[in-house]
Design a protein around this ligand. Sequence first.
Ligand code: LLP
Length: 436
Amino acid sequence: PRNAERGDDGAVRLGGVDVRALAEQHGTPLFVMDEADFRARCREHAEAFGDPTRVHYASKAFLSVAVARWVAEEGLSIDVASGGELAVALRADFPPERIALHGNNKSLAELTRAVDVGVGAVVLDSFLEIARLDQVARERGRVQPVMIRVTVGVEAHTHEFIATAHEDQKFGFSLSSGDAAEAARRVLKAEGLELVGLHSHIGSQIFDASGFEVAARRVVGLLAELRDEHGDGILDHVTTIDLGGGLGIAYTRDDDPPPPAELARQLRDIVSKECEHAGLPVPKIAVEPGRAIVGPGTVTLYEVGTIKDVQLDAGAIRRYVSVDGGMSDNIRTALYDAVYDCKLVSRAAAEDAGAVLCRVVGKHCESGDVVVRDCWLPDDLAPGDLIAVAATGAYCYSMASGYNRLPRPALAAVVDGEARLLLRRETEEDLFRLEV
Ligand code: LLP
């Protein structure tokens, strides 16, 4: 987080609040979210893309009612990928016209609710859905604005992207097979639907704009094709190109992601150039950042428990530092080999303490339960110390489980020296909540 600093006594303050006080009050593991950092990143994206409503916060990264309110207050739009995410956004009184509904298998109930509340867009993902949504809208005498999710054949992760052969996946309408153009034909014929945009999402944790550029070029190519087939009139309706999420963040000090303004400029340049080339008016560019807004400003506080030195073959040791959470509050290391970093935050290390290569592991009953694969922690680390794992705001709480019946951690927001609990820790009573 931006608002983290080490006090004179060596303990870290987040948003002006001492981590020891946070742990004391709310227990550990604890997600601590820096509200000012979150809002600043909303604003940076809004400024970069010139209009806050064109920035759709991807709520799958993290969502609670309070956070949906922050997003609404900052003027952004929100992207929801299920009826549950939609329900949370609505509970926060999120303006429905700034909500877009995603998903490759939306249920009839989800589509119906979206139409009933008047979401700003449904991002269509299959021929079945075109027919279903058209019917739902017509039954209600409504015209539902929609976008078409186009599979552009680009897959990007971090530094590389692959520009061919990645249509073999469940999302969207393939561009190369002609399905995307056929989807547009059907939508244009559907009385209950209005085509307002074309959508593409190419991946996550992307550091390099070249994958976005290829995607943008292909989506503009489709728009030109649609104009040729259906005439200029279509351009009065299809005014948005949504290039999805995926902007990467720094998980360790070695990562150096591009700022949103740079991505925005590159996207504008490529879209303008391609449109000029194709004789099209330049559409609005929308994006759906999740990780880049909520990821960096949150840490997970854990209390250190067991410490074990394990002798490796080469004669070296590996120090296993066990914490009081694990893969139930951060599955990303186990699932994606994600790289995290952490620090001792409840005190300064002793002056003569060296740094030891450690592996931070959880308390679950399996050996893949790793939170931080490799990190340097001071030699004098001891049970009861607090460590903070950085950049855990995205896809940690939202992918949390109750494995081994561990309670889901609490989540507190800090700002200007005050902490506020947004989500309480699960209790033992919660274990029996669903028992019939
Ligand atoms: N838009 C669409 C259509 C998406 O599918 C996603 C992410 C986003 C936006 C937001 O992407 P972001 O800006 O957050 O990268 N669980 C994985 C990430 C899966 C992302 C799926 N879709 C992880 O923990 O890295």
